[in-house]
Design a binder for this molecule. Structure first.
Ligand SMILES: Cc1cc2nc3c(=O)[nH]c(=O)nc-3n(C[C@H](O)[C@H](O)[C@H](O)COP(=O)(O)O)c2cc1C
Length: 156
């Protein structure tokens, strides 16, 4: 059976991207979906000075975990039209410790925001960036106006 890992690239305690991931996981049928919550992960800002000897435990853990799954549901917020520092830092660590961490495996890449564009600018940016980490992005979705649309649909 295929196994899917689902997580949001946010450190916001009430993350709406985490809520979107949770909701999406309930819609998936016929495969095992595991929810990962990285909101409280405290990973040092990557520096070349850490190379090659120092790797945070959470980075090692995430690389190992990604290796155990066949596909991924990832939703990432947008900050100032770009990738939030929290998630970009994780991308930078992954890129330095595992050349193609996603190893060609399939990714549903999503975003949401309270605004009218739903974080689509950053999502499009990540559509270019994540394949460098081996992600095969097979589907994308951005949900605008989260609080109008999502709150009506479900509660977590
Ligand atoms: C520093 C900062 C910059 C933001 N920039 C954007 C933006 O460019 N586009 C957007 O749609 N929302 C922007 N927002 C609003 C976020 O979409 C909103 O905070 C959302 O809750 C983030 O997702 P999360 O709750 O999953 O972390 C920004 C929020 C912050 C704090």
């Amino acid at each position: 059976m295929n196994k899917i890992l689902a997580f949001a690239g946010s450190n916001h305690s009430a993350s709406i991207n985490q809520q979107l991931v949770q909701y999406t996981a309930t819609l998936v049928q016929g495969v095992e979906v595991e929810l990962l919550d990285i909101r409280k992960w405290d990973i040092p800002i990557y520096s070349i000075d850490f190379d090659p000897d120092i790797t945070p435990d959470k980075v090692k853990y995430l690389i190992d975990l990604i290796g155990q799954y066949d596909g991924f549901i990832i939703s990432v917020p947008e900050h100032n039209g770009s990738t939030p520092a929290f998630f970009k830092n994780i991308i930078d660590w992954l890129s330095r410790r595992s050349k193609k961490v996603f190893n060609g495996k399939r990714v549903l890449l999503m975003s949401t925001s309270p605004g009218k564009q739903g974080g689509v600018n950053n999502r499009k940016h990540l559509e270019h960036l994540l394949p460098y980490l081996g992600a095969n992005i097979t589907a994308t979705f951005s949900l605008p106006s989260f609080y109008e649309y999502m709150k009506r649909t479900c509660k977590f």
